[in-house]
Design a protein around this ligand. Structure first.
Ligand code: BGC
Length: 420
């Protein structure tokens, strides 16, 4: 009896080991660099981790905190230079081409073909994911940057009206201030200054001005009267922020609106991920409206992962599975519900999404048709990274230096726009 039981147990051990070995032959590991560390972002990132683990692969989290990703990009550069690239890294827009030109990215055409990416992605998006016609990256979402987030209870207390123009914005800000509420929640970090700046530029100057100034970097537009007005309006926003804004992380600024300490925040819809993670309901506890003057335009910011050349065959398999998983409809749904963005894949059912996401999706399509879909310069979509960095610095210097005139800032902007 005892011997038979032991033999049975041994057979079971052998069977389990065989299964583990079989699974082990398939399983690899992906190291994934990203900067999704806030509440909503981390929830979205963990959906990706769970998906990969569900496929039997290991997940090595390479999170580098810092909104907008500047810190993450610095760390990534040193890792790649030392020959130790992660399998995937959050890289976006024109930077994808810059990395591909270094010869460090992997060709993902086999996955793209099998998963029909050309058919399920808008062409404007798939073009950015390709280098010399080959896929080197996979997109995950579409964020809209030109949003204003507001706390309706704070507005009610102040007797203020939700603004649709910059004049109304400042009227509301004044009322909030009188009611003892911080009008604008802001974090004084250069990418946040820049995020505010581009929404002001779009709202004050309009779509054509935005394209000429911040996409084509036209010197006459950068030094013209409209840009002067944009800079003056931008600086006026600062007077409605609090004295603790310098250095504050964006999600802490969002938390101020969540708690009603502040009335509004100008931020992309990753901020919605924070409201949702805090259990707040759109339309009731918080409101999303287009940044003043921008209802008929859409500043897009598409998150994507570049896939690096890696050696180990199991890890290469894991990398391909990661790319396929990111584009799968079920993942697009769960990820974007947490992230605050909308699916980048065409035809994903939006039934579970809220009204902010539905508006974003409707406007994305309408603005693509009308030509008012514009790339976010603050989030790496519009110009080469060196140019972006130089312009961003000027914008923050202007925001911070009390004595710099708009004219002076314009002279610097023209010079910065030539940086490559
Ligand atoms: C990224 C978002 C991220 C945000 C704040 C943006 O540049 O595209 O995914 O949530 O920065 O970190």
């Amino acid at each position: 009896m005892k011997i038979a039981r032991q033999a049975g147990a041994l057979r079971l051990v052998a069977l389990v080991s065989a299964l583990v070995v079989a699974a082990g032959a398939q399983a690899g590991e992906v190291e994934v660099l990203h900067w999704w560390t806030s509440g909503g972002e981390a929830k979205a990132a963990s959906a990706l981790k769970a998906t990969m683990q569900g496929k039997g692969h290991g997940w090595k989290d390479f999170a580098v905190a810092g909104g907008g990703g500047d810190a993450a990009m610095t760390v990534l550069k040193s890792r790649v230079v030392s020959g130790n690239a992660p399998a995937a890294a959050q890289i976006k827009g024109p930077s994808l081409q810059e990395w591909a030109a270094e010869g460090v990215l992997a060709n993902m055409d086999a996955v793209a073909k099998a998963e029909k990416w050309d058919e399920v992605l808008p062409k404007a998006v798939s073009d950015v994911m390709k280098y010399k016609g080959n896929y080197i990256a996979v997109p995950v979402n579409v964020h809209r940057v030109n949003w204003l987030w507001a706390n309706p209870a704070a507005f009610q207390k102040a007797g203020a009206k939700m603004p649709t123009t910059w004049d109304e914005f400042f009227t509301a800000a004044e009322a909030l201030k009188k009611a003892g509420i911080i009008p604008v929640a802001h974090g004084g970090q250069n990418w946040q200054d820049f995020t505010t700046f581009e929404s002001v530029a779009l709202g004050v100057g309009g779509v054509d001005f935005y394209k000429k100034a911040l996409v084509q970097l036209d010197p006459a537009t950068l030094s013209g009267a409209t840009m002067e007005k944009v800079l003056a309006t931008f600086k006026r926003v600062k007077s409605y922020t609090d004295k603790n804004a310098p250095g504050r992380d964006w999600n802490l600024a969002t938390a101020m609106v969540i708690k009603g300490e502040a009335g509004m925040q100008l931020m992309g819809d990753w901020a919605k991920g924070e409201f949702i993670a805090a259990g707040k309901a759109p339309g009731k506890d918080f409101v999303c409206v287009a940044a003043p003057g921008t209802a008929a335009a859409f500043t897009f910011n598409i998150d994507s992962f570049a896939l690096f050349k890696i050696k180990n065959a199991d890890n290469q398999k894991a990398q391909s599975d990661l790319a396929a998983a990111i584009m799968a409809p079920a993942f697009q749904e769960v990820f974007n519900l947490n992230k605050g963005s909308i699916p980048v894949r065409l035809g994903v059912d939006l039934a579970k999404f809220d009204d902010c996401a539905k508006l974003s999706s409707k406007d994305f399509v309408a603005d693509a048709k009308s030509g008012s879909l514009v790339p976010s310069i603050a989030h790496g979509m519009a110009v080469p990274s060196a140019t972006e960095g130089a312009i961003k610095d000027v914008v923050s210097q202007f925001w911070n230096a009390d004595k710099m005139t708009a004219k002076e800032a314009q002279t610097r902007l023209v010079a910065a726009a030539k940086t490559r």
